[in-house]
Design a protein around this ligand. Structure first.
Ligand code: ATP
Ligand code: MG
Length: 258
């Protein structure tokens, strides 16, 4: 399996007045192509700090972050901007849609930054909206859509530029539980069908159960890694069966029993 993200001995210290906060305290792990990984932990455990390091939004105090074969901790701001544009899609808790643009235009946005011609931008955005089942809402402005629909636009926008990796920080944090499940099913299906790598941060153990692997973080340390999906070979066989995609992994609730 191809390694897409590799983190080694990662530390992030914040100095606040006289004290030092160990937001990340020696974190190491690998994430492989096509995996859906969740980082789960309570408030203040270091989830967003970790995701920010993986996306190159913040520099680590110490340690390595290799994403798509590149040491991003060594990149300067210009290199990082280019790297993110070419390799990474983001899904945000508060959707971050542009209020004056309709669904289609919002989805097409990342392609504008890539300098793609209008016609091909619109064509790709149409395809992505179809993928998230929002074809009929293409002309709707964000305030003319439900929260779940807006986040599906957010998912489509994260995918439109064909990134290898998608980062999501509490993507369902602003949605009710039923709508959250819908969005999780959608993300799970897309990762599987399109062989993307998705890293999602959440404080919710149940939602983390949708992921193939769950990294439990506490006080800046990964304290446990939970496997929710059979080994790759077995998974391929299982995947061939009907109904498999879009269905919640049965192993997802295992942790609740222990
Ligand atoms: N810029 C900063 N300066 C100082 N301390 C910070 C800073 N950013 C984060 N921290 C501290 O680092 C720790 C980890 O914060 P982080 O935002 O990663 O937590 P989180 O797991 O994402 O929490 P939440 O679920 O509330 O979003 C916390 O103790 C927080 O107070
Ligand atoms: Mg956070």
């Amino acid at each position: 399996m191809k390694r897409v993200i590799s983190v080694k001995n990662l530390y992030k210290l914040y100095r606040v007045g006289d004290s030092v906060v160990h937001a990340l305290d020696g974190v190491s792990f690998d994430i492989f192509e096509g995996e859906f990984c969740a980082i789960v932990g309570t408030s203040g455990s270091g989830k967003s700090t970790l995701l920010n390091m993986l996306a190159g939004l913040e520099k680590p105090t110490r340690g390595e972050v290799v994403v798509a074969g590149r040491h991003i901790e060594k990149m300067n701001e210009d290199e990082l901007v280019k790297f993110r544009r070419e390799n990474v899609g983001f899904i945000f808790q508060s959707f971050h849609l542009i209020g004056t643009m309709n669904a289609l235009e919002n989805v097409a946005m990342p392609l504008m930054f890539k300098g793609e011609p209008l016609k091909s931008r619109m064509k790709k955005a149409e395809q992505m909206l179809a993928l998230v089942d929002l074809k009929k809402h293409r002309k709707h402005l964000p305030n003319q859509m439900s929260g779940g629909q807006q986040q599906r636009v957010g998912v489509a926008r994260a995918l439109v530029a064909d990134p290898k990796i998608i980062f999501a920080d509490e993507p369902t944090g602003n949605l009710d539980s039923h709508t959250s499940e819908d969005v999780m099913h959608l993300m799970q299906r897309i990762v599987r069908e399109q062989k993307r790598t998705l890293v999602m941060v959440t404080h919710d153990n149940h939602l983390a159960g949708y992921a193939d692997r769950v990294f439990h973080i506490s006080d800046g340390k990964i304290i446990r890694v939970e496997e929710n999906r059979p080994a790759a070979g077995e998974y391929r066989k299982k995947e061939a069966g009907p109904e498999e995609s879009g269905k919640k992994n049965e192993g997802g609730d295992r942790h609740e029993a222990d």
